[in-house]
Design a protein around this ligand. Structure first.
Ligand code: GBH
Length: 528
């Protein structure tokens, strides 16, 4: 006999499109039985290069990631994979969006725009076909009663701008980013409930310009290049926000920053405590402080390394977010570096990081398939939110990405892939940490797991999967492309332990925990 929790999604799937958005808004969102504010955002995220494929279709020009991975000497991805086809979301969005909505119960679809799809020359004329694709994604989302978080930039810079002046290393990028942002806002500005200027400037600056870069553009750099890139990225962010506000668009605008939480290796050691504070300044404050104070943290300024902002730039930066997205996955322990010189790898931060305690050999959390990603939700999620609120008086904090990858998930029998209890454990920890944050009145306003669906996981290619929905392709990205919801996205919260028959649209894990069984997530829908 089917229970109510099995039947109700099906009933609502039929009825939902007939209801007025206001009627839906009266339904309440829950976290483990506790009511959440009516405008709490629950969505899932993807990024353009990681899912769209169609890399050269309908007038799209190459981005730095296309270029970097088409070059066999710079492609260091598992099995030499690329995002040329990825999930073929460019063609499959009409089937994928209903799946995100129905299998995960999300009320928001968080996606990113490929600059070279809608502005192939990097500046100047728009490509109508590319623009139409994003209009279709938004319109389809809205028809499914999902709002959108729309991101201008998730690392896929036009290759033409890289060739012309070196991309993020040149001040010219700030004007080009402003022009791109202006054009996107003009076309789509009022269609997204939230805008994100860019995803994780720290990551694309540190990974793209590292001493052994395996991220595009793959320019070997020192700390100087990384600081230059970040400086321009922050100015570009501020310029885009300026355009948005000048245009009077109705949504909210913010940024997504990455960075885990740094803890003193020995909590009783004053030196380790100072090192942890320094690591937080250099890894989180580096991009967060300018958004709230108009300048880098005092410890960065004291290092003499960052470039200087003018008074006008400081003014543009300060207060340049309506909300802040934390892409927080993991935590680390730190100590101070002993002999830190400009030639040292950790300069100018000058800390040593550990995810395994060298004396006790205890890991900071449960290890995952990604060597950087340990499951430590209390310090990462609760601690991250608390840090932002306490150090920067941040309000409107979203957990805008978190998640865990499974290695070789594709090689397991499908039943086993879909019964992803370790990923359920990950999200169980995240939800518990969020609950604690809310109980402590911390300003948490949204939760966006990474990712809606398996996708191209950068240097790990298709061999490490973060999706709440499985895609049937192999480690090289070849296969039928069939989509199968995993238990993590679809397990009923009311069961003490996940059961396979509660998979798919018949049950809800994240969905169940967050909506208390309401299969259609009610909040945050903006009718256009
Ligand atoms: C997110 O970044 C990205 O936004 C998303 O595109 C990605 O799919 C997701 O992570 C999962 O990886 O390889 O040791 O040099 C999270 C922050 C910063 C974590 C870069 C991994 C590389 C570490 N990421 N970092 S390493």
């Amino acid at each position: 006999m089917p229970t109510i929790s099995i039947l109700s999604p099906l009933i609502l799937l039929v009825v939902a499109p007939l209801l007025h958005p206001g009627a839906m808004a009266s339904q309440q969102l829950y976290l483990d039985g506790e009511t959440l504010p009516p405008d709490f955002v629950y969505g899932c995220a993807t990024s353009a290069y990681q899912i769209e494929g169609a890399w050269n279709v309908d007038g799209k020009s190459p981005s730095i990631w296309d270029h970097f991975l088409h070059n066999k000497t710079t492609n260091d991805v598992t099995y030499g994979a690329t995002g040329d086809v990825a999930n073929d979301f460019y063609h499959k969005y009409p089937e994928d969006l209903p799946l995100f909505r129905n299998a995960l119960g999300v009320g928001t679809y968080d996606f990113t725009i490929s600059w070279t799809r809608i502005m192939p020359a990097g500046r100047g004329p728009l490509n109508d076909k590319g623009l139409q694709f994003y209009k279709n994604v938004i319109d389809t989302s809205n028809k499914l009663r999902m709002s959108n978080i729309c991101t201008l930039y998730h690392w896929d810079l036009p290759q033409s701008l890289q060739d012309e002046y070196g991309g993020w290393l040149d001040r010219k990028i700030v004007d080009d980013f402003r022009g791109y942002a202006r054009a996107v806002f003009k076309a789509l500005g009022n269609k997204c409930s939230h805008w994100v200027t860019m995803n994780e400037p720290r990551t694309f600056c540190t990974e793209g310009f590292s001493s052994e870069p395996d991220f595009a553009p793959g320019v070997i750099g020192t700390y100087k290049e990384r600081f230059t890139c970040m400086h321009h990225a922050l100015l570009a962010h501020a310029a885009a926000v300026d355009e948005f506000r000048l245009g009077g668009y109705k949504g909210k605008i913010g940024i997504k920053v990455d960075g885990g939480v740094s803890l003193p290796l020995n909590p009783a050691s004053a030196a380790d405590q100072a090192a942890a504070a320094r690591a937080m300044d250099f890894e989180v404050g580096w991009d967060v402080a300018p958004l709230y104070t108009g300048d880098y943290p005092p410890s960065l300024i004291a290092s003499g390394v960052p470039m200087k902002f003018t008074a006008a730039e400081k003014q543009l930066l300060k207060g340049s977010v309506d909300f802040i997205g934390l892409d927080f996955y993991t935590s680390q322990w730190v100590t101070a570096s002993k002999h830190c010189k400009p030639s040292s790898g950790s300069y100018p931060e000058c800390t040593e990081t550990y995810q395994q305690n060298p004396s006790t050999l205890i890991d900071i959390g449960r290890p995952t398939a990604s060597d950087w990603n340990f499951d430590a939700p209390h310090s990462t999620i609760y601690g991250g939110i608390k840090y932002l609120a306490e150090h920067y008086n941040a309000t409107n904090i979203m957990i805008s990405e978190t998640g865990m990858g499974v290695l070789n998930e594709t090689n397991f029998p499908l039943e086993q892939i879909l019964e992803d209890v370790d990923r359920i454990a990950w999200y169980r920890g995240v939800l518990t940490a969020m609950k604690q944050a809310l109980a402590d009145q911390l300003p948490l306003v949204g939760f966006i797991p990474w990712s809606c669906i398996d996708n191209f996981e950068w240097t790990d290619g298709y061999n490490v999967r973060f999706g709440l929905i499985n895609v049937e392709y192999d480690g090289a990205g070849k296969g039928s492309q069939k989509r199968n919801p995993k238990l993590s996205g679809a397990f009923s919260a009311f069961l003490p332990f996940p059961r396979l028959d509660q998979r798919g649209v018949s049950g809800a894990y994240l969905r169940g925990v967050l909506t208390h069984g309401n299969p259609i997530n009610p909040y945050n829908f903006e009718s256009s």
